[in-house]
Design a protein around this ligand. Structure first.
Ligand code: UDP
Length: 423
């Protein structure tokens, strides 16, 4: 239903193209978030333009998603895939092209909502030059991420200083969970204004098929126990922990098991290398017969996978929110997650799933055994999970909360702020 808002809003997601196929080449939660938020805001009457970097000459410059929602691809560096850690040097060009687009199209965006630190930097530059208010969602915090990795990239210092500057200077920060807000306060800065607005999911799409039908579609017999992973191939996702846990779990002796590891990758790229590494661990543990790598799962087939599964496992070392968790919960499938970040918010232990210490293979194995060993309990956890998503995590509810935030900012007297970060 359209309300008479009719104001322009720019969502900026430099490296996470909202119009791209999700599930491959570093495309994951951020791409889904921006696209779904954009579409839900347009439904509420906003005129939504989502700006991203053009990463392929074949790509259309403008993709119209619905009447008032489109993706606009700006030039910034070569028209090819560039890993996110290497994009920073191209951002001044992105800023210039954004300004030019505004001028040429005579559009004024009173608010830019930036996503991830690269876009935060862009937003701060625009705020220096234009009469614009900035709202920012981090999607990942360097200060947390760098604690869980062994190699710190060259760009880390720039990222950390940008993340601090945007927290202190944006008109509003959106944390997607109380845990993320606490990380900002303890690890980044005490200054800045933070609202908690979670991520959402499409509750009519996820949860639209019965378990029997889903298994029929996938050719999985009713007796088989299915353990599911969905997501990017990235070390931070902890897929190794899941594979090693399955290698240890008792359920292997008692049931016919299937481990499905879903997600796309490009051979030779970082996700392709991680996929090779995981495949070699599967091989080393003798799990080839029960493990399937179906590749990228399209949005159309995802509900079948989640619904067919007995349990979804999200073994991340760090997870700011974790859309996969609520997608699985919406399909009535409980989730075993690492006891970190947003997973502590979405999963209620013993009610909608279980939490385990990250990287703890034995704990994940025990949790998998508990859920697979008690189908009635598993079903109860699944019912509770669906209820929790319906209550807290619909995109429509998220867009309503963001709308209130934006309208609130637009009511406030304009105070031009200048950020302290420069190129
Ligand atoms: N996804 C997908 N197909 C795949 C793998 C992942 O559509 O093959 C989607 C998944 O459904 C979810 C997103 O990618 O919406 C991953 O988001 P999440 O927040 O779980 O992880 P992130 O990518 O942000 O680390």
């Amino acid at each position: 239903m359209f309300s008479p808002i009719k104001k322009h809003i720019a969502l900026i997601s430099v490296h996470g193209d909202p119009a791209i196929e999700i599930g491959k080449e570093e495309a994951g939660g951020q791409n889904v978030y921006v696209r779904q938020v954009g579409q839900a805001l347009a439904q509420k009457g906003w005129l939504v333009d989502m700006f991203t970097r053009k990463a392929n000459p074949q790509q259309d410059t403008i993709v119209q998603h619905s009447l008032n929602c489109r993706t606009i691809r700006l030039n910034a560096g070569p028209e090819e895939f560039v890993p996110r850690d290497d994009i920073f040097g191209y951002l001044p060009e992105f800023v210039e092209n954004f300004r030019q687009f505004q001028q040429e199209n005579q559009i004024t965006y009173p608010i830019v909502h930036t996503n991830y630190w690269l876009s935060a930097w862009v937003g701060m530059q625009l705020k220096n030059k234009l009469d614009i208010q900035q709202v920012h969602t981090y999607h990942s915090l360097g200060a947390v991420k760098y604690k869980s990795v062994t190699t710190i990239p060259m760009i880390a210092t720039t990222r950390l200083s940008t993340e601090k500057a945007v927290l202190e200077s944006a008109q509003r920060i959106v944390a997607t969970s109380p845990q993320e807000r606490d990380h900002m306060r303890t690890l980044v800065s005490q200054k800045g204004k933070i609202d908690i607005i979670p991520c959402g999911t499409d509750i009519s799409h996820f949860g639209s098929i019965s378990r029997i039908a889903a298994r029929e579609q996938l050719g999985i017999d009713p007796e088989t126990k299915v353990i599911l992973y969905v997501g990017r191939f990235d070390r931070r996702k902890g897929i190794e922990t899941l594979v090693r846990a399955v290698g240890q779990c008792q359920a292997r002796k008692n049931h016919q098991l299937k481990l499905i590891i879903g997600g796309g990758f490009i051979p030779g790229h970082s996700d392709g290398k991680e996929s090779d590494r995981i495949a070699s661990i599967v091989d080393e543990l003798g799990l080839n017969d029960l493990t399937i790598f179906p590749g990228r799962l399209s949005r159309e087939v995802l509900p079948n996978y989640y619904t067919a599964a007995d349990v979804t496992v999200v073994p991340s070392h760090y997870e700011p929110f974790g859309l996969v968790t609520i997608e699985s919960m919406a399909c009535g499938t409980p989730v075993i997650g690492s006891d970190v970040g947003g997973l502590q918010f979405t999963i209620v232990p013993e009610e909608t799933g279980l939490l385990c210490p990250p990287k703890d293979n034995a704990a994940f194995a025990a949790a998998i055994d508990r859920i697979l060993g008690n189908p009635e309990r598993r079903n109860k956890l699944g019912i509770n999970a669906r209820e929790r998503v319906e209550k807290m995590f619909s995109w429509d509810g998220v867009a309503a909360q963001l709308t209130n935030l934006y309208l609130d900012l637009l009511k406030q007297p304009k105070a031009k702020q200048f950020s302290s970060v420069s190129a």
